[in-house]
Ligand binder design. Sequence first.
Ligand code: ZN
Ligand code: ZN
Length: 505
Amino acid sequence: MIGEQTVILVLGFGLFALIALIVVAVVVVALIIVAVVLHVSEQRAEEERAEALAAAERDAEAGFGGEGVDAAEVQCADRAAAAAAGEEAPEEFELVSVEPGDQKWYVNMDEDDTAHNGRMVTITATISPVRSGINVYFTVVPGADNRIGLAADDQGSLSHDRSATNDEGKARTRLRLTTYGGDEFRVSASLQEDAELGADGTESSGNIVVWRRMYYEIAEMRKPTAGQFEMAAATVTMVRNAYANVFVEMSETGTRDVGDHHANFNTHDDGYTWADGFCSSDGVPFKIHYVIVDHLCPTSRREEVPASFDCAAVVNTPNNPYFRPFDFDGAEWLISAQYRNAEGSFVDFPAGKVTRTIASGYTKLRVDFTAVGVTPTAESPVPVNIRYYKAPGYNGWGGANLHLVICRGSMEEAYEAGQIETIMAGTSVHEPGHSLGLVYGSLAWKSAAHSNHCNYRDCVMWYQGYSGRPRDFHDETVSDPGCRTFLRGKDMTRSAMGSTWQFPR
Ligand SMILES: [Zn+2]
Ligand SMILES: [Zn+2]
């Protein structure tokens, strides 16, 4: 018993010592961590102080901010001095202008005040007579219809609400814009602190409106005959108007190319590779590249279609506007073609008897019984069975990179000539919409039936082009959030677009 107790005691003492040791170790480690964290946060605070100081110095050098004296005070002293010297009372200080005037500002572009790019707008107030060191007070006035509920770091604000004039009688502040397309701001200035907006003596800048800039470039494809699959000026105007409606200004890079004919691109990548040859790096990554081609129908999307009809003449071009054979080079689209012979059995046509032709703008099937062995007439028509690969009528492709492939050849087969330009415009508005994120992810107005498209038929992001489809993104009266609010809020800066719209791809 005694021996056991001793052992337990000894063990107990050993355990106590161990726990004490662990506690001490934990405390020491904790103290070290606290010391390091304190040191780091102190260092960070120090750095922040230094940065703020440097920024203030830069601002002061550039004439932003700075402490001066109120105009009234200077006026008073000047008047007293003039009176004492028996001179005429000096002119009163007044604000003569606040610049800039009305202006679109392209918040997605890299900062460049003179080009009206970036989120920072230099506001310059000028006083008369010219005097340095006079305080000018600034107030930002947001537009009544500005987007509400933006994040705290996406509000309109001023870098300085007071700034002293320099030697040229100019005082400066910086307006920081929101990024929401269509938001607008004015900056009001006064020589008096707390002056009421619009009161006598206040002056205001023009209306600064938040815009984004998007460049575009166009590559067209030569037709096999004369002319080219083109994007007409009227189409471009329609597209630009649709984007202006979401405060995106489209600017042409000035480069246009015309490439050689290619009947169909059997993969997307074939199309993109062709497009690479007719693209410049100007405007990247703020640029989309319209590529107007004949057809792009991937082999994976082709459909096998049976067709049965009677031929009542030696040469027949059955009327079927939905006849869209895949492989527009004419070699592989036909799977089988048979006619009923005199004995009543279906047999294969000789080679070259079933071809395709273009008639009144449409691709048509052409069946020629010359030297086949039967002669169809109106009285005794000959039944024909064929199977062919059909290309669904894809009007365009977009979203994968800066190339937006517009299949004008498909459109010319499927629509009346008078409808082509509006269909072209609709597709040319729709495809960049995909590029910019419509309608993906968990967006509330995304269609459940047609992936990555809009739920509203009267929106350009409806999955299907149809004659008469509106060319605009559906607006706030239809749904908010929706396609228009999404694009107005879309981040289109270099960092946001750089991964999708780069070139070379
Ligand atoms: Zn689409
Ligand atoms: Zn929509």
